[in-house]
Design a protein around this ligand. Sequence first.
Ligand code: SF4
Ligand code: SF4
Length: 371
Amino acid sequence: MDEQCRQRPELVQSAKETVAGCTECGTCVRRCAFLTRYGMPRDIARRVLAGERTVDPFECSLCNLCAAVCPEELAPGDLFLALRRLAADQGLVDFKPYAPLLGYEKRGHSSLFAWYPPSPVKTVFFPGCTLPGTRPRITWKLFEALRKCEPEAAMVLDCCHKPSHDLGRQPFFVEQFENIRNRLLALGVERVVVACPNCHKVFRKYGEGLTVTTVYEVLAQYQTRMKREAVSASPRTTVQVTVHDPCPLRNQAGVHQAVRSLLEARGFAIREMRDSGERTLCCGEGGAVGFKNPALAVTWIEKRRAQAQGDLIVTYCAGCAGFLNRVAPTCHVGDVLFQPERALAGKNMATKPPFTYLNRLLLKHQLKRLS
Ligand code: SF4
Ligand code: SF4
């Protein structure tokens, strides 16, 4: 085993478990664009333990589909994340291709774009970066709907630093996210209501002392309680759509169901794709693979386009919506709840950069006025 591997015990553990447990059944390989290229997890793990670097972990989407389908309950994706961290620790990663993504993260956390309420609050809406940038009106509508259920809720604008997490910059990520967590705890926050699946994953794993839920779950529960269509005044529709579940939420059945019940309450008929829920596919954006190997990212998008069979795709990640919309009509669930006519007419609802930054500044201004 290579000496440097020893410095990352989770890497050694993951590789040993994969060598010991993988039966080379090929179930994950057949479904994964990355493993189709690099081969069986057992073989990869064996070579990792031997100190051979024959796989580029930055081409793994970190989507964890492999873990969802593995009959041996292995999680090869964890091995690739650990390999990313080792490479970053060793200074072997060229981060230049990721400069736009890291700049986006840095700006999101800067005092110019970040916003925290001035007085203590127990529940905050944390919409992330992409939704407020691409869809500020939808973000506001979701906030207003949330405040119907929880009138005291405030909004926080910040970046959860998932890009750095996924790029293996673990010490930096931990430091930055700790700043966010401490700031929220100092404000008396107990509950974080997110809109972005990536924020959900980060708060779930690292947000000790805070409970996390999605705005979709809160709204669906409110809708059930009130026995009415609580979140939208728009006319009902009978259009058939399909739902793309974002991979960071693949194990969150309650969120899958909440989004579907919000859509069904508006009259949408949902046709499920072959791979949905726990077995959903990556949209292509996962793990920032598109910055390293755009062709591999496109392989994932194309799989999704084929499974959608021409139906309008509705998702609940603004990043997935942007990525999938390159090849198939895709909306954010907020689009179809609050502006269904435009969404169903196939109008692109998302603002493009650099105007996304202007949207975020205007949203912050609106919050300042509210406080
Ligand atoms: S995490 Fe996703 S991309 Fe990576 S190996 Fe598993 S299925 Fe493939
Ligand atoms: S599904 Fe599990 S056992 Fe089968 S090849 Fe993949 S990691 Fe190995």
